[in-house]
Design a protein around this ligand. Structure first.
Ligand code: NCD
Ligand code: ZN
Length: 359
């Protein structure tokens, strides 16, 4: 049996997005697509180029530019964990309403060259975050290292001991293991208390390693992995109980960075169609037998994964707005294009679920 033909749900919150520099051509193209996806709240990543967001002042300036692009969206802002951040800056971040600090292991992904080599020098900052309730958002991969046998396929599993150390050392710190891609990560996140959760993207609910090795538009960090890993993510999404929620990691790159000379940029662009992709992936999972039946996909599970669990974790109000998702209601564009940028979305040209705003 397929899913219902439509669902009425609270407006969604996407707790991991890349909107790029604002003002700037990519931000101008993608920020207006947030609401198109049925999303009214986003957690915005700080890995801007040429310079990441490392201070409260920069985060607030960035937020103002995003608000100018779409004032109807709530932007939760973040800082990039960097040696220039002090415990006082963390306290100022709390006062300014900044929600989290993102840690990028140096060299693990796009714009991570200013990232962390070891968490030890950040002890006082992490203590201040624990005290203030500022979330630590982890890109949970170690950089590839052939000598040590690390490739994109085991980079996340190899990071999990670092997560365990952080939880042990800072037991009250709120931590999000971002974009979980492995059964190992799901199991590890489940083993901790309620201050440790995971986000799951839309694309990792459908992709496998074979899909990105054949198509640059499916390539991202962390990369999609095995059928067993995908099954674990699908089950975590529908049986989350607050432990896992949507963070799309929508990561737009101009077509020239995806298909130009040299290495392709890591990042899958899902922003405008994210909820539809999730429902499409869940239906495919039921058809394959990765989910036992459509009964596992309850309205409560969808509301939680898309909206209520993420807001509860970040201690922000629930949305009173409603959306309707309808099967077959949307054809994914071949690309989004302006004078300054062209971005190819995930599953370009395919049909997915459409979104209407009811209030
Ligand atoms: C992200 C980007 O492009 O900024 N890329 C990605 O593959 N996910 C960075 C990140 O979140 O790792
Ligand atoms: Zn990301």
């Amino acid at each position: 049996m397929p899913l219902q033909d439509s669902y009425e749900l609270p407006a969604a919150a996407d707790m991991h997005v890349h909107l790029r520099n604002a003002p700037g051509p990519i931000a101008e193209l993608v920020t207006p697509t947030i609401r198109k996806a049925g999303v009214d709240t986003v957690f915005v990543m700080p890995n801007l180029a040429p310079k990441p967001v490392v201070s409260v002042a920069e985060a607030l300036e960035y937020k103002a530019h995003l608000q100018a692009l779409d004032p109807s969206v709530t932007y939760l802002m973040s800082l990039y964990l960097h040696s220039s951040i002090t415990p006082d800056e963390i306290r100022a971040a709390k006062t300014a309403g900044i929600a989290g600090v993102k840690a990028y292991p140096r060299g693990a992904t796009t714009n991570s060259q200013w990232g962390v080599v070891s968490f030890d020098p950040f002890h006082d900052v992490l203590k201040a975050m624990e005290e203030e309730g500022i979330v630590l958002n982890l890109h949970g991969e170690v950089p590839s290292n052939p000598t040590e046998g690390v490739t994109v396929m085991n980079a996340e599993s190899r990071f999990l001991p670092t997560l365990r150390n952080l939880v042990e050392k800072y037991p009250r710190l709120k931590i999000v293991l971002e974009h979980c891609t492995t059964a190992d990560a799901v199991e590890t996140v489940r083993s901790f208390g309620e201050n440790v959760v995971g986000t799951i993207t839309a694309h990792h609910l459908s992709l496998l390693v074979d899909d990105w090795s054949a198509n640059v538009n499916n390539y991202c960090k962390p990369s999609a992995k095995s059928p067993e890993d995908r099954r674990a993510l699908l089950n975590a999404a529908v049986h989350s109980n607050g432990k896992f929620f949507l963070g799309t990691d929508s990561a737009p790159h101009d077509i020239s960075a995806k298909k130009g000379k040299g290495n392709t940029a890591a990042g899958v662009f899902t922003q405008p169609y994210a909820l539809g992709y999730v429902l499409t992936a869940l239906e495919e999972a039921i058809a394959r037998g990765d989910l036992a039946s459509e009964k596992e996909v309850t309205e409560a599970a969808l509301s939680g994964f898309f909206s209520t669990y993420g807001r509860a974790f970040y201690a922000i109000p629930q949305s009173i707005k409603k959306i309707r998702l309808t099967r077959g209601g949307q054809v994914v564009a071949d690309s989004l294009k302006s004078d300054g940028a062209e971005i190819v979305p995930f599953r370009a040209g395919e049909t997915t679920w459409g979104v209407e705003w009811l209030s």
